[in-house]
Design a protein around this ligand. Structure first.
Ligand code: AP5
Ligand code: MG
Length: 222
């Protein structure tokens, strides 16, 4: 039996748990985890032309121009790994990107099946982001209090040295939050209007949030 692709968008402010939960959803539903933030950070580390162009915006907590991100997304979307569907994490970020994504998916005879909004109050986000540590080698994400590695500063999965993201400084976090409320939050209305939005409480443990997401996913076909 041929199953239709399943495309899921994760929405929510910086630190809401989009990356944490997108990885789990991708594993559970056999989707490609497509994080534009992770892809951009890889380009920065590689020192590619795109990475060099994107770095300044990211360090300031601003959005990277739509055209740059769109080009990067297009290649991934047409890859074999994306054929069964994607868990979009950090994309779209504004109404222009949402329109572009709709168009790209329509060309593949697909659409955003569900937009999952992780609702976490701003007060909790600063603590989550200042305590985040991630592994540049394998991408695992920790938190110094709520999800610490077994050995401080060392990745449980691959033994790599954990780092703090360059944009997880308080003044940059505040700018990212401002940009989120101004440019990304209007997407909630965009997906609500077409009946695709599901709001999920993003506080509680990672397992509790994942269970709520699974419950919300029951309204889709897979
Ligand atoms: P991006 O990488 O997308 O960052 P973001 O949206 O700011 O979100 P984060 O990755 O910070 O948070 P998250 O929701 O993934 O939370 P996480 O799971 O890590 O974008 C970075 C930059 O790249 C942007 O500012 C922009 O410059 C550029 N960019 C990216 N996409 C773009 C686009 N489409 N267009 C233009 N520019 C773009 O969790 C956070 C922490 O909380 C972790 O420590 C985690 O362990 C912890 N945590 C998770 N769940 C819980 C829980 N339930 N309880 C307690 N702690 C928890
Ligand atoms: Mg993330």
């Amino acid at each position: 039996m041929v199953t239709r692709a399943l495309d899921v968008v994760l929405l929510g402010p910086p630190g809401a748990g989009k990356g944490t939960q997108a990885k789990r959803l991708a594993a559970a539903y056999e989707l490609l985890h497509l994080s534009t933030g992770d892809l951009l950070r890889e380009e920065v580390v590689r020192g590619s032309e795109l990475g060099r162009e994107a770095e300044g915006y990211m360090k300031r907590g601003e959005l990277v121009p739509d055209a740059l991100v769109g080009k990067m997304l297009l290649a991934r979307l047409h890859s074999q790994q994306a054929a069964a569907g994607c868990a979009f994490d950090g994309y779209p970020r504004n109404l222009e990107q949402a329109g572009l994504l709709d168009g790209l998916l329509a060309e593949l005879n697909r659409r955003v099946d569900i937009a999952l909004y992780l609702n976490v109050p701003d007060e909790a986000l600063l603590e989550r982001l200042t305590g985040r540590r991630s592994c540049p080698s394998c991408g695992a994400v920790y938190h110094v209090v709520t999800h610490p590695p077994h050995v401080e500063g060392v990745c449980d999965t691959c033994g790599g040295a954990l780092v703090q993201r360059a944009d997880d400084r308080e003044e940059v976090i505040r700018e990212r939050l401002r940009v989120y409320h101004q440019q990304t939050a209007p997407l909630l209305e965009h997906y609500q209007a077409r009946g695709a939005l599901r709001e999920v409480v993003g506080t509680g443990t990672q397992d509790e949030v994942f269970e709520r997401l699974r419950e919300a996913m029951r309204s889709t076909k897979r």
